[in-house]
Design a protein around this ligand. Structure first.
Ligand code: MN
Length: 227
């Protein structure tokens, strides 16, 4: 096999391992914390969470400097638990879903909020608001064999030392096993898939020079700077 252009495989570091985690697809859950659904103007009792996707090439490693994106004046942070899939499958039962999880990471689902609002208003897709370059920051993946499966624990994000988002994983509307099971009824999951599981309330605008720190109990701290 030869290629016209050399293919690049986006990859994420794995804690205490020499191998990298090759990223197949990036799936995201929208409005998976009730307080965040409300701040987006939606009643979480009437509208359940849903899925969207980002290209695998949107991945940004921990400690990166991220360029403030073009075509936005309202660039937002969204701290999230990320699930790394190690075993594929479709129509996975909830009771077996955790067998498909390789590990966990801390991610930031960066968003051009103004373009997303405009897309919602006009019934248009979210690619330009969610799927742009550098839109998926992520720490190294901690294998579940080291961390155990995460059901609760503090999730938080600070900008320039000021707390902006703070919640607990136990507040997820769809739990990790429910997300994996539900997603696998739409797509055949593959090893290398990442799932951003949704952000808590407190999303807000970033500006050039901002230092963003965030973490989840038991996982690495994600640090990025906007330039
Ligand atoms: Mn999100």
């Amino acid at each position: 096999m030869s290629y016209l252009f050399p293919p690049t495989i986006p990859a994420v570091a794995i804690k205490n391992r020499a191998e990298q985690f090759p990223v197949h697809r990036i799936y995201c859950v929208g409005r998976n914390y009730a307080a965040h659904a409300r701040e987006m103007g939606v009643n979480p009792d009437r509208e359940p969470p849903f899925f969207f996707a980002k290209p695998a090439t949107a991945i940004v490693a921990n400690h990166a400097r991220i360029p403030y994106p073009s075509r936005t004046r309202n660039f937002h942070h969204e701290i999230e638990l990320v699930v790394a899939i190690g075993k594929g499958g479709r129509d996975i039962p909830v009771a077996q879903a955790l067998d498909h999880v390789f590990g966990y990471a801390v991610g930031n689902d960066f968003t051009r909020r103004d373009l997303q609002t405009d897309a919602k208003d006009h019934g248009r897709p979210w690619d330009t608001s969610k799927g742009f370059d550098h839109a998926a920051a992520i720490t190294a993946i901690t294998p579940a064999a080291q961390s155990g499966h995460l059901r609760s624990g503090r999730i938080w994000l600070k900008v320039n030392g000021q707390m902006r988002q703070q919640a607990d994983l136990s507040e997820l509307i769809w739990t990790v096993p429910e997300i994996v099971a539900e997603l696998s009824t739409f797509f055949e999951l593959q090893p290398g898939d990442l799932i951003y599981t949704g952000t808590p309330a407190g999303v807000a605008a970033l500006k050039q020079g901002d230092r963003i720190e965030g973490s989840i109990d038991g996982l690495d701290e994600l640090v990025t700077t906007i330039e």
